[in-house]
Design a protein around this ligand. Structure first.
Ligand code: PHE
Length: 338
């Protein structure tokens, strides 16, 4: 004897039960839809119903199945959209985590790191000094005559003027050479160090010049340091940084704090442009007046110094043709330097 199932009651149950959690959803599926669930069981029982009831029952049960399936799918989609990836991540702890965005090292930092490592291998230590300097360290001790044009407002950012005592004027340092003075006041020869840092110049901003940039100063003071030592150091350095095939030239130049003075250019070819000489550093033998300013006897000691532009070197290494790109912090640019 078989009884006809009360499909109306089941329909109500299916429509009204709450499916607001993964657990509820799973119980629902097991109860109504799984292979041993209620609806498949009732469908399987159709054959036992009275022949005149079969057609109606079949139709009702199929509607029931349809209803349960739709409810299940909708509740599942709703639940997933609410909890999203969280549910999957907690459901499956073996899934790899979503990728994290990692930054890249700024091209200037990459170049600086390489410069430091080359000079480290050549026996140089590292020193630094303040970016806000007084006139004495930035100019006077470096043998700049009082009326020297480099003290002009054109180049220097003056921060404080002291009319009584101009040596106390405060400036944003225009080069890293004042660190030579600070270092030699602290440490008697032998001194062999590089001094990296930011410098500032009141120049108009163009593709080639910016109001701030980086230099690496170098200083070697000891007995019997010669121009040949300087030349050898610079060529060794440039060979490591740019490769052995580097084309370079060394020209005479002038700085108040070195005598003789020179500049080093490298041959720079970017992409399809015609090549050109690019100055990357100034250098020379430390002027006797500079040694005297820090109480080192120029009759006993000699030394060489150099100062190189990190931006220039970076631009030639990476074929960057506008210095401003280095300061825009545009990720489309920076991401090209992993
Ligand atoms: N200070 C010089 C400049 O800024 C570079 C330099 C450093 C030259 C040391 C000679 C010796 O241009």
């Amino acid at each position: 004897m078989s009884t006809t199932p009360d499909t109306e009651a089941i329909k109500k149950e299916i429509s009204s039960c709450s499916l607001d959690s993964g657990d509820a959803l799973e119980s629902f599926r097991l109860k109504y839809l799984s292979r041993k669930g209620l609806i498949p069981e009732l469908l399987a029982g159709i054959g036992k119903a009275a022949p005149e009831d079969r057609a109606r029952l079949g139709k009702e049960l199929n509607e029931l199945k349809q209803l349960a399936t739709t409810r299940f799918e909708e509740a599942k989609a709703e639940l997933e959209s609410q909890t999203g990836a969280q549910v999957t991540a907690t459901d499956d702890p073996t899934l790899p985590p979503p990728p994290t965005a990692v930054g890249s090292t700024h091209p200037l930092s990459q170049t600086l790191a390489e410069i430091k490592s080359i000079f480290y291998r050549l026996g140089f230590t590292i020193a630094d000094g303040p970016e806000l300097e007084d006139d004495f360290h930035n100019f006077t001790a470096l043998n700049f005559p009082p009326e020297h044009p480099a003290r002009d407002m054109q180049d220097t950012f003056f921060i404080r003027k002291d009319e009584q005592n101009p040596e106390n004027d405060l400036v944003l340092r225009t080069h890293t050479s004042p660190v030579q003075i600070r270092l030699m006041k602290e440490q008697k020869p032998p001194v062999r160090a590089i001094m990296p840092g930011r410098v500032y110049r009141n120049e108009s901003i163009t593709a080639k010049s910016y109001c701030l940039f980086h230099q690496v100063e170098g200083l070697y003071v000891d007995k019997n340091v010669s121009l040949a030592d300087l030349k050898h150091t610079l060529i060794t350095f440039a060979g490591h940084l740019f490769g052995k095939n580097l084309k370079y030239r060394i020209r005479p130049s002038f700085f108040p704090f070195t005598e003789p003075s020179l500049e080093m250019d490298i041959w720079w070819e970017t992409g399809n442009r015609p090549g050109q000489w690019m100055e990357i550093l100034g250098a020379g033998m430390v002027h006797p007046n500079v040694l005297k300013a820090v109480d080192v006897d120029p009759e006993v000691y000699t030394g060489f110094a150099f100062g190189m532009g990190v931006e220039r070197i970076t631009m030639s290494r990476y074929e960057i043709d506008d210095i401003r790109l280095l300061y825009d912090n545009d990720l489309r640019f920076l991401n090209q330097f992993p």
